[in-house]
Design a protein around this ligand. Structure first.
Ligand SMILES: *Cc1c(COP(=O)(O)O)cnc(C)c1O
Length: 399
């Protein structure tokens, strides 16, 4: 089909839930993607922090192909080897003792919310069920996770929301202290807020949260759906802060593009789930787990990947900071590893559109924050090309 035809059918047949850019992508390789007219783009979105190893990484592709010929799906009524292997890999490389597999970030957070409630009911004294989440957080689009998400714009129109959630401003320990009462069961937070605008907490914030949760005898839950799988230069972002959560959720880059989510917990907490507590048809199926195993093995064996992520992150931030000198509408540049944001004083939508026209994919979140999420394999040369395109665009839209 021709591009125009595709765009027309898309409008006609697909529910209107996204403001999509008028482009159809047909293939990708590493940091590059190609549209239906075979035009090449540098991808600094990576499917929103999903393709951390780049598009169609050969190790992931081969593992996936092989598994597709062996066994695609078998119910969780039975065991399957890729799922067991992946659980072992995740546990061996994290704080956790047990894993529950699902298919997305929202589902991983749903599972976490259910585990918190069940654990609190059975193991915590009193009637504790409330979960404190942060303003500007993002936890997904199901009813429980839009309630957890501290942003009115995702909740509006879907009321009544789920009971049992309270909100505190991010990076403000006193506000969390104030929000805790005898009903509080857990604090749930992204170590670095992604959709909320690449908000990086003070160095001691998460440590203080950990201490507070210990003192109160409540759970600390990290949503690492976006920050996990090497994005910030460590396998998990919590590793930067010398603390561990009680529960952690993963999705996005876990399968390098194949839909898979996971909720990890310490053994003593995971015990609250027993046969029948929670389930999903597709969660942890052999095909998705084969991709995730290949992705995780590649990330772990290729130690230089973390190193590259940190070095390229610094290089990108340095390049972007150079541009700040020339444009007064650039307010701040911040990031950790290759989760990088540029806060503007103006709307970022036009800039993203102009970049697209010039063959560069970037993202804009919270209207005014440009977000850069290239694959972790990105090279210095690719960042140079990206900066050159971006430089040209900023000059053109100069205000
Ligand atoms: C993307 C994201 C989610 C939701 O993941 P889905 O797979 O879209 O359901 C949840 N939490 C965070 C931090 C995210 O970035």
């Amino acid at each position: 089909m021709l591009t125009n035809e595709l765009l027309e059918f898309s409008k006609k047949y697909i529910m209107n839930t996204y403001n999509r850019f008028p482009v159809v992508f047909i293939k990708g390789r590493g940091t590059k993607v190609f549209d239906s007219d075979n035009r090449e783009y540098l991808d600094f979105v990576a499917g929103i922090a999903v393709c951390n190893l780049g598009h169609c990484h050969p190790k992931v592709t081969v593992a996936f192909q092989k598994q597709a010929q062996r066994l695609v799906h078998i119910s969780n009524l039975y065991h399957n080897e890729p799922q067991i292997k992946l659980a072992k890999l995740l546990v061996e490389n994290s704080f956790a003792g047990k894993v529950f597999f699902c298919n997305s970030g929202a589902e991983a957070n749903e599972a976490a919310i259910k585990l918190i409630r069940k654990y609190a009911k059975e193991k915590l004294k009193g009637n504790r069920y409330e979960i404190i989440t942060m303003e500007k957080s993002f936890h997904g689009r199901t009813m429980a996770t839009i309630t957890a998400t501290g942003q009115e714009k995702v909740q509006k129109g879907f009321e009544p929301l789920l009971p049992g959630f309270k909100y505190a401003p991010f990076n403000n320990i006193d506000a969390v202290k104030k929000a805790i009462n005898k009903k509080t069961a857990a604090v749930m937070v992204e170590p670095i807020q992604g959709e909320g605008g690449v908000n990086i907490p003070d160095n001691d914030y998460l440590k203080k949260l950990r201490r507070l949760c210990n003192d109160e005898g409540i759970l600390l839950v990290f949503d690492e759906v976006q920050t996990g799988m090497g994005r910030t230069g460590r396998l998990f972002a919590y590793e930067h802060y010398n603390i561990e959560p009680d529960i952690m959720t993963l999705a996005k880059a876990l399968g390098n593009g194949v839909a898979i989510g996971a909720m990890l917990a310490k053994d003593s907490i995971a015990e609250a789930f027993t046969p029948g507590s929670h389930a999903t048809t597709f969660g942890g199926n052999p095909l998705a787990c084969s991709a995730a195993n290949a992705a995780l093995e590649t990330i772990m064996e290729d130690g230089i990947l973390f190193d590259n992520c940190l070095r390229m992150g610094d290089y990108l931030i340095k390049g972007l900071k150079e541009l700040k000198k020339e444009h007064s509408f650039i307010k701040e540049i911040r990031g950790k590893g290759l989760l990088v944001g540029m806060e503007l004083t103006i709307d970022g939508k036009d800039i993203v559109m102009e970049c697209l026209k010039d063959g560069l994919l970037i993202n804009c979140t919270m209207d005014k924050i440009l977000r850069f999420l290239p694959p972790l394999i990105v090279t210095k040369e690719e960042i140079d090309s990206m900066l050159e395109i971006f430089y040209g665009v900023l000059k053109r839209i100069k205000k």
